[in-house]
Design a protein around this ligand. Structure first.
Ligand SMILES: [Zn+2]
Length: 299
């Protein structure tokens, strides 16, 4: 408790401490991003183990990249088995697993087989650290700040998973929605009523967009995970932030979509979740500033 008080009195120290904490959390988020899809596939396999033939068809018909994930029969949890090099199965020692630093010392290569370690690992760690610093700078070391950290960290994990698999797992979005309602029962970000309206309108607004889009084009533009993610952000930030989040995410999504289309000629499935998550983080940190600035232009 004394330590918390020290951090509350010394902002610079707080930013350093939470920046370092962010690096470590980022390292854990890399594990989440990698393993949750594996655990989902493992769970599905278990559920349909008695219908192996049907399940083979199901995986074949399943068009997401999850179908390409090969699952071994060793049970996977977040802590087991220990991290290994995906190329040579070299067991990663603790000193090879220090966020950012190990990657720099190893120069982005496995110490054993010299296979490249993806640049995304240090990037996720750095981004998580930077976002942690921004959150604490904006909210301070208090209940709102610490709960905002949990929101942002989970959004980073969801972004990575959706980017890889075009899925936003319920096992992350549901608890996050519940936490949003819980923290706002204490009015930490918005009032309890606003939180409930945010949840409902967040889900409905994208649902309506998708239905209309489907009526016009007969194509499914977005997954249910996207509605659920917007509902989560509504529960945390209230309904007034939803237009901003939808606007920002569409803007980001179209820009990146256009760039990708030019680069790859475009029929790769497009995950919208990351843009909703990024827009949500911007709305959390600077939403009221942006809205006030916008309204201020007309007065
Ligand atoms: Zn290796």
């Amino acid at each position: 408790m004394q330590f918390i008080q020290l951090l509350q009195e010394n902002m610079t120290l707080a930013l350093v401490v939470f920046g370092l904490l962010g690096l470590c959390v980022g390292s854990f988020l890399n594990v989440l991003i990698h393993r949750i899809p594996l655990m989902m596939v493992a769970a599905w396999r278990q559920e349909c183990s008695q219908f192996m033939a049907e399940q083979a068809d199901m995986l074949r018909e399943h068009t997401t990249p999850l179908a390409n994930i090969v699952v071994t029969d060793t049970p996977i949890t977040l802590s087991k088995p220990a991290s290994r090099c995906p190329h040579c199965a070299h067991k990663i020692k603790w000193y090879e697993n220090i966020p950012l630093i190990s990657w720099l010392i190893l120069r982005g290569r496995c110490s054993d087989c010299k296979a490249a370690i993806g640049l995304r690992y240090p990037i996720v760690e750095l981004v998580t650290a930077l976002l942690s610093v921004l959150v604490i700078y904006q909210f301070g070391v208090n209940a709102a700040g610490l709960s905002a950290l949990i929101l942002v960290w989970t959004l980073v994990a969801l972004t990575g998973i959706d980017f890889d698999t075009q899925l936003l797992p319920d096992r992350l979005t549901f608890p996050l929605a519940g936490l949003g309602l819980a923290v706002n029962s204490q009015s930490w970000f918005v009032s309890p009523t606003q939180s409930i309206w945010g949840l409902l309108l967040g889900f409905l607004s994208l649902w309506v967009v998708v239905k209309v889009f489907y009526l016009i084009t007969k194509k499914h533009g977005m997954g249910q995970g996207d509605f659920k993610l917007l509902a989560v952000l509504g529960a945390w930030l209230g309904p007034t932030m939803l237009p901003l989040i939808i606007l920002l995410s569409s803007l980001l999504g179209s820009i990146v979509g256009l760039i990708l289309m030019k680069k790859q000629g475009g029929s790769r499935p497009f995950a919208f979740g990351p843009y909703i998550a990024i827009a949500g983080i911007i709305a959390l940190l600077y939403g009221s500033d942006i809205v006030n600035w916008y309204l201020g232009m007309y007065t």
